[in-house]
Design a protein around this ligand. Structure first.
Ligand SMILES: [Zn+2]
Length: 485
């Protein structure tokens, strides 16, 4: 038998199986029992929260013989009986010509949509009620919206519309005001995880509880996403799905790796931070993915602490703020890995105070009035711009420090003669690119200072640079040695 995706198999068959939307299923069950169904529903909510499933259940229920019998005899229906799934109408529903479904986001032509909608004026072939389920209704053309509007205002007998949308703001008010609106909520993790565990038991797969929780968290309120993730893990697993399997299959960094980074920062242990970050990069993950995972993990830790009655989150907040800020800097940058590394190293630095001694005696002191951050941005952007055609340029910011920016001349201090020489060889290329990046003429001046700390540490903000002046021998010591001639 062909493999059927969990999303299809996990689809609710009755209103009672509609997960996480009890406010909707309860209201609909009452409306069905008392025969007070509307002929037009607008189902609003994020993807994967059950809008189409609900529309199908309602379409089916409107035609279900058992539901009709109960309505006629005045018997209140249980959510588990809506629809019955046993009568002829229910069993033939999937192939019924009287249930029309289409996705307005797919590239259907206007004529196509109009033709489909025009069939609303024809009596149902077999069913009691002809139903139209239109996904992403906000994507419909103006003409199609008008046809729908006419149909809703003066509905032909025995027709019902289910309009689903993820973007209610884009649905015209004229449509909104004529439909019964059903608002679908994001499904909480605490609801998704047990559902996944139940589904896995049915599939005879040993899904570990922490694995289910991780998938539930990743799904961010969407049952469809949760089932898709579980499906991916299920395809790779052999009757058992552990947290490691989830991380590996979905390309995620493990909580242990994230905890190692956090612990190293909190212990102010530079070398531990460096090795934890290197290990994270070695897993092949992109810097922004690591940063996002780190933020999520830190937030989880705060919730754990909160549950234990802790009130002081200053340290965790400090890390979250810094990492969140770094994600903004990474965006569009050619050196995201270095930005993340620097951010985390900066967090290890002692808390800055006003009485810090100056850096090593020989290092040129930047003028306080000079906007070094702007200069650094030009320098990084230039390197990453050139790095697009020659990757070796990407490493230049590891080898030199921006020490001054006066007029249009940007001073770079190298730790090694060799690297300074190499840069000089490419000077015109650099100046051209920098001029393009900055939008005005930029010149570079090159200085060598063998006593200065490793550039990779120095390319931080000024206060962090002062704090980290003594750290050169720990972080990226190998890198620094290589460029020392
Ligand atoms: Zn039925």
């Amino acid at each position: 038998m062909a493999y059927e995706a969990l999303y299809t198999r996990g689809r609710p068959k009755t209103l009672s199986q509609l997960v996480g939307q009890e406010h909707i299923s309860n209201a609909l069950a009452r409306a069905i029992s008392s025969g007070r169904l509307s002929h037009a529903y607008l189902l609003v909510g994020t993807r994967g929260t059950g809008k189409t499933s609900t529309a199908r259940l309602l379409s089916k229920a409107m035609n279900c013989d058992a539901v009709h019998e109960a309505q006629n005899s005045g018997r209140e229906l249980d959510k588990r009986e809506i629809p019955c799934n046993k009568c002829d109408a229910c069993r033939n529903f999937d192939s019924s010509p009287d249930n029309v479904e289409f996705d307005a986001a797919s590239n259907r032509s206007v004529e196509d949509v109009t033709r489909l909608l025009s069939t609303a004026y024809l009596a149902p072939l077999r069913a009691r009620v002809k139903t139209f389920i239109i996904d992403e209704v906000h994507m419909l053309s103006f003409e199609a919206v008008n046809s729908i509007l006419k149909l809703i205002e003066e509905p032909p007998p025995n027709v019902a519309f289910f309009l689903a949308t993820t973007e209610i703001n884009k649905v015209p008010m004229t449509i909104r005001s004529r439909c019964q609106v059903l608002n679908f909520r994001l499904i909480p993790q605490q609801t998704i995880a047990p559902y996944l565990l139940k589904l896995a038991r049915r599939l005879n797969v040993a899904l570990h509880e922490d694995a289910a929780k991780k998938i539930a968290r990743l799904a961010e309120g969407s049952m469809r996403d949760a089932l898709t993730y579980l499906d991916q893990c299920y395809a790779m697993a052999d009757k058992e799905i552990s947290l490691d399997d989830v991380n590996e299959t979905l390309g995620l960094i493990s909580d242990e790796s994230l905890d190692e980074i956090i612990a190293a920062i909190m212990a102010r242990d530079r070398s531990a931070v460096a090795s934890a970050v290197t290990a994270a990069f070695q897993s092949g993950l992109a810097a922004n993915a690591i940063a996002e995972a780190l933020i999520t993990r830190l937030r989880d830790r705060e919730f754990e602490l909160l549950a234990r009655g802790e009130k002081n989150f200053a340290e965790l907040d400090r890390i979250i703020d810094a990492v969140r800020k770094s994600t903004g800097e990474m965006y569009g940058s050619g050196i995201p890995d270095i930005i993340l590394e620097m951010t985390l190293m900066k967090l290890v630095a002692p808390i800055p105070t006003l009485t810090l001694p100056p850096t090593t005696q020989a290092a040129p002191t930047p003028q306080p009035t000079v906007n070094l951050d702007a200069a650094k941005k030009i320098f990084y952007d230039t390197a990453s711009h050139l790095g697009e055609t020659d990757a070796s340029f990407n490493t230049i910011p590891n080898k030199a420090v921006v020490t001054n920016f006066s007029g249009d001349t940007l001073t770079l201090t190298f730790k090694s003669d060799a690297m300074a020489g190499l840069f000089q060889k490419n000077l015109s290329k650099f100046e051209q690119a920098a001029t393009q990046v900055a939008g005005r003429a930029i010149k570079f001046s090159v200085v060598v200072d063998k006593n200065m700390p490793a550039p990779v540490l120095q390319n931080l903000s000024e206060s962090a640079r002062n704090n980290l002046a003594g750290a050169m021998d720990i972080f990226h010591a190998n890198d620094a040695d290589k460029i020392n001639d």
